[in-house]
Design a protein around this ligand. Structure first.
Ligand code: COA
Length: 482
C-alpha cells in the first residue's frame, strides 16, 4: 500500500491554502477537502518559496483568534500567534480593559509597559460579555474564529455561559485553549499568579543557595513560559484540525509548564536514589544530600561544573560577573589560559573526578584570573579557544546591544499616548514569515471595525448593540449628555 505523505512534505503554499480554506468556514459547512498535492523538488523536499525573503505572507495568515486573555500568561500566547500573522481580537471589559493597562504605570494616562509589551499586533474590542447584546457579539465571534484563548480563573468562562459544549455547538471547528494555575486535582480551583506557579512547579525549591530560602527567578517561567506552551498546543490543535475538521480543547496548567522547564531537577531527584549528585558543589564540600533535589546555587545543571565569577569592576558594577564552565574537553586550555599549566598533569586536577572535591579552590583560582579582565575580555579570550562562558548582561546592556536590534529581538515601538518604547520582539525567527511588531491597541480601538467589517453586523444592529451599553459607549454618551 502506498504510504501516506507526511504533512511536512507539502509545500508551504499548499499548506497555507489548506489552513486558509479550513479557517474561513465554520466546520458545519465545511466539506472534507482532498489533500492538496505537494510540489516537491528533486530531493523530495518542499520547494522553497519563489517570493523574496519574508515576502510570502505570514505563517498564520487566515487564522483568527478570539483573545479572551488578560495579565501575562494568556497575552504572551496570543501575542506570539499575532506575530506569526494570526488576526488576534482581544476582548476587553468596557471602561476597564485588561487590568495591566493601568498597572505599574510609568507615563500618566498612557497604557503601561506591562500591557503594551504583551499585546502587540492585536486589535481590541470592548464588550460586556455578561450582557445580552455582548453575548450576541461574542457568539458571532466564536463562530468566526479558529481559536478562543482564555486565562480566566477556573469556571469563569462557564459562568459567562460559554461552556465547551456551547462553544463547540456554535463552532465545532474552534479550538478552545486555556491557561489555568493547576490541572485537574486538589488545587484546580485556585487562582494562580507567576510566583505561585514558580513555587508549585518545583522551580523555587531548586533555585537559590543551599543555606538560604527558596528563590523565585526573574524569568517569568510561570506566566510567559506557560503562554509559550499554550501557543504550541494551539498550533498543534489547528494542525490536527486540518485532518479531523474538528476543534479540541487545549489546557496548559502553569504548574505543569514550570515543571516541564524544571525537568532536569526531576532527573536529579531520581538520581539521588542511586547516590549523591557529584556535579553539585555540595558533594565536593562533603555535605550530605537530603531526600529532595537541593538548591544548587550557581552550579551548572548540565553535569559540567560551573560557577559565576567576579570580573574587573565587580566592586562597583553589580553585573561585572561571568559564568565559567570547567568543561572536561577544554580543561587543558583552561589551565593554559589561567596560568596553571601544571594542573594539566597534576593527579589532583587532571581528571574530572579528582577535581570534584576541589571545585571551590579551582573556581577561586580561575576567579583570580577573571578579576583582572572585564567580562567581555574574558568572553573573547575564552571563546577563542572554545571555553564556554556567559557574561552576566544587565537589562541596560541588552537594551543597547546593536545585534539584538538588528535581528528584531529588541525593537523600538511608537505608541500614540506614550511615545517610543523598547520591547522584546519575536524570539522565534521564520525565514518566510518575518515578524513586524506593531503597537498594542488602545482600549476598544477596533470595536467599530470588528463589529462591521469582521462580524458584518448591519448599522442598525450596531446601533442596537451600542445603545445597550454592551460595548461601553452608551453609558459614556449618557454621562456626556447629562
Ligand atoms: N465582560 C464582563 N465580565 C468579564 C469580562 C468582560 N469582558 N472579562 C472578564 N470578566 C469577568 C469574568 O467573567 C469573571 O467574572 P466571575 O468571577 O463573576 O465569573 C471576572 O471578570 C474576573 O475574572 P478572573 O479571571 O477571576 O479575574 P481575577 O482578577 O479575579 O483573577 C487571575 C486573575 C489571573 C488570578 C485568574 O484569572 C486566574 O487564576 N487565571 C488562570 C491562571 C493565570 O493565567 N494566571 C496568571 C495570570 S498572568
Amino acid at each position: 500500500m502506498a504510504k501516506k505523505k507526511p504533512a511536512r512534505s507539502k509545500s508551504k503554499a499548499a499548506l497555507r491554502k489548506v489552513v486558509k480554506l479550513a479557517s474561513r468556514k465554520p466546520a458545519s459547512k465545511l466539506k472534507a477537502k482532498a489533500p492538496v498535492k505537494a510540489k516537491i523538488n528533486g530531493h523530495g523536499l518542499p520547494k522553497p518559496s519563489s517570493k523574496p525573503f519574508g515576502k510570502d505572507g505570514k505563517a498564520l495568515d487566515g487564522i483568527r483568534i478570539l483573545d479572551f486573555t488578560h495579565v501575562q500568561s494568556g497575552p504572551t500566547c496570543t501575542q506570539l500567534l499575532a506575530w506569526f500573522g494570526a488576526d488576534v481580537i482581544k476582548i476587553e471589559r468596557p471602561g476597564v480593559g485588561d487590568i495591566t493597562r493601568g498597572q505599574l504605570q510609568d507615563v500618566p494616562n498612557a497604557d503601561s509597559l506591562y500591557f503594551t509589551m504583551l499585546n502587540h499586533n492585536k486589535r481590541s474590542i470592548t464588550l460586556d460579555s455578561k450582557s445580552k447584546q455582548g453575548m450576541k457579539v461574542l457568539e458571532r465571534l466564536v463562530k468566526s474564529c479558529d481559536a478562543l484563548v482564555e486565562n480566566f480563573a477556573p469556571g469563569a468562562l462557564d459562568r459567562m455561559g460559554l461552556t465547551w459544549e456551547r462553544i463547540h455547538q456554535l463552532n465545532p471547528r474552534i479550538v478552545v485553549a486555556s491557561v489555568k494555575g493547576f490541572g485537574p486535582g486538589p488545587y484546580e480551583e485556585c487562582k494562580v499568579y507567576e510566583n505561585v506557579a514558580q513555587c508549585a512547579g518545583g522551580s523555587a525549591s531548586t533555585t537559590g543557595f543551599r543555606d538560604g530560602p527558596p528563590l523565585v527567578t526573574g524569568a517569568q517561567i510561570g506566566d510567559s513560559g506557560t503562554g509559550l506552551h499554550l501557543a504550541l498546543g494551539i498550533v498543534c490543535a489547528l494542525f490536527q484540525r486540518n485532518r479531523t475538521g474538528r476543534g479540541q480543547r487545549v489546557l496548559t496548567a502553569m504548574q505543569d509548564g514550570v515543571l516541564n522547564l524544571c525537568r532536569v531537577k526531576l532527573r536529579d531527584q531520581q538520581r539521588l536514589a542511586h547516590g549523591p549528585l557529584t556535579e553539585y558543589s555540595q558533594y565536593g564540600e562533603n555535605i550530605p544530600f537530603g531526600a529532595a533535589t537541593p538548591r544548587a546555587g550557581n552550579d551548572s545543571g548540565g553535569g559540567q561544573p560551573g560557577w559565576i565569577l567576579k570580573c574587573k569592576g565587580w566592586e562597583t558594577d553589580p553585573d561585572a560577573y561571568i559564568y565559567f564552565i570547567t568543561q572536561a574537553p577544554v580543561w587543558e586550555k583552561i589551565c593554559e589560559l589561567i596560568g596553571k599549566p601544571e594542573w594539566k598533569t597534576d593527579p589532583d586536577y587532571a581528571k574530572p573526578p579528582a577535581r570534584l572535591p576541589r571545585l571551590k579552590h579551582i573556581f577561586n583560582t580561575i576567579e583570580e584570573w577573571t578579576m583582572t579582565k572585564t567580562k567581555f575580555e574574558v568572553m573573547e579570550l575564552c571563546n577563542a579557544v572554545d571555553i564556554p562562558v556567559g557574561p552576566i548582561l544587565s537589562m541596560k546592556e541588552l537594551a543597547e546591544e546593536p545585534s539584538l536590534r538588528e535581528t528584531g529581538t529588541i525593537v523600538e515601538v511608537d505608541h500614540p499616548t506614550r511615545g517610543k518604547y523598547l520591547s522584546v520582539g519575536n524570539p522565534i525567527k521564520l525565514s518566510d514569515s518575518i515578524t513586524e511588531v506593531t503597537r498594542s491597541p488602545l482600549l476598544g480601538e477596533h470595536t467599530d471595525e470588528i463589529l462591521s467589517k469582521v462580524l458584518k453586523f448591519t448599522p442598525a444592529e450596531i446601533a442596537e448593540i451600542k445603545a445597550s451599553g454592551a460595548t461601553g459607549e452608551a453609558p459614556k454618551a449618557k454621562m456626556a449628555a447629562e
